[in-house]
Ligand binder design. Sequence first.
Ligand code: SF4
Ligand code: F3S
Length: 118
Amino acid sequence: GIDPNFDSNREKVGEEELDELRSSASETEFGDGVDVWGPVEPPEKLGIHGTHVAVDYDLCVADGACLENCPVDVFTWVETPGHPESERKVEPTREDQCIDCMLCVDICPVDAIDVDGS
Ligand code: SF4
Ligand code: F3S
């Protein structure tokens, strides 16, 4: 599953590098305003997205239970064509709305989500 200590074990991808990734030939979407923790090498390696609600893109298999069941609609789909696990992922776009219910953490079949609420 996701490393709960990702924020000390990984480095945050800078805004400049994120802008480059967004405008590069890669079709992978990188949401605005969500931190990304590297390493990132599209399309195969996409890092961990978010900080309070963090999704390991390299583990997510696009199950969708997190997005469908989150009571405050934190997640949105983004396209990740060419990623070995799945061609879309959930971005924690509204992580600031999270009420720390832990439902997404418990429901994800591959333990791809960490919520730093407890
Ligand atoms: Fe949504 Fe609950 Fe997960 Fe927060 S912990 S993102 S509120 S399901
Ligand atoms: Fe992905 Fe797990 Fe959600 S596989 S779509 S993070 S339930």
